[in-house]
Each structure stands twice: as C-alpha cells, then as structure tokens.
Design a protein. Structure first.
Length: 172
C-alpha cells in the first residue's frame, strides 16, 4: 500500500469529501484510488468513526449492482448466515491469498526484469559482430568531401572485384 493514507470525510448527507484535494469524490473515484494502490481511510465527519470497511463494502455492492464483479449468491448467503465467525475466517483467508498474490506478482516482475536484462545482453552479443562489420565498411573522415571520396573509392573497389568475378565465370 501507499506510504501516505488518504483520509476521506463522509458527511451526514452521504457526501464524501477529500480534504487533500479540497473536493467531493464519488465511490467510483475512491475505488479507482484503491485500484491504484493508494491507502484510503474513510471517517465520519462529525464523530471521526472509521467507516472504511463499510465504504469499501458499499463499493463492492455497487459493483455487484452493475454486474462488474458479481459475487456468488451462495457465498453471500453463507456470509450472512455465519456472520462474524465466517468473516474472521474469510478475512484471514483473503489476507493470506492477497499476500501470496502480491508476492507472486513481485516475483514475476523481477523475473521479467531479469529476462529483459538477459535479452539486452543477448541482443548486444548478436549485434556486436555486425556493428564492427559496418564500422569497418564506413567511410573514414569527418568532412563531407572525405566521405564522398571514401565512398567513391569503395565503389571502385567493388566494381573491380565484380569484374574479376565476371572474368572467372566467363573462363570457367
């Protein structure tokens, strides 16, 4: 999670206010902040009561209404039926699964970075011989006249080599 927690104040009229940005925010905006990895804390503006879990549950229920990430009805029945006992078990299971997921994600990112580094070294080893070949063929000199003269000399040398090869083919 982020190092700094964003505190959102919830007023009696159900409006959510972000004092850090000096503006009202929606549940969807809070959901987006959470998706971005920001730590969010929602408190009652009058009593300072922590309403974070209620607000996050409300975000999930709004998503349920819109069928974005529906929860199985059987699961919801069990959650209501077993109440707090199941909630504690569920919290522990979810926390350990989220930790495992984050760990796997970090490991995957680490492996991708290592592959990218290895790929870069591999590409360098493949390109090194061709770079030296092109550098050897490149005309010497820094001004345009020297480059042109070097290119002309190279073309003449290639023409001479081509004539030699043609003569060998006609004799052969």
């Amino acid at each position: 999670m982020a190092a700094e927690t964003i505190t959102i104040k919830k007023y009696s009229n159900r409006k959510l206010y972000d004092p850090g940005q000096s503006r009202y925010v929606t549940l969807e905006e809070i959901a987006e902040m959470v998706r971005q990895g920001k730590a969010i804390r929602v408190v009652d503006a009058d009593s300072d009561e922590d309403l974070t879990s209620v607000t996050l549950a409300q975000i999930l229920l709004e998503g349920e209404k819109q069928k974005r990430h529906p929860l199985p009805v059987e699961f919801l029945h069990q959650l209501v039926q077993y109440g707090e006992a199941m909630q504690a078990l569920l919290q522990q299971a979810v926390a350990s699964n989220v930790d495992a997921f984050v760990k796997a994600q970090r490991e995957g990112e680490k492996q991708l970075q290592e592959l990218a580094k290895a790929g870069g070294k591999l590409a360098e080893s493949w390109l090194a011989p061709t770079e030296s070949l092109w550098r050897g063929m490149a005309p010497r000199g820094t001004d345009e006249g020297n480059r042109t003269a070097a290119l002309k000399a190279e073309v003449e040398a290639l023409k001479a080599r081509l004539r030699e090869l043609e003569e060998k083919l006609t004799r052969g």
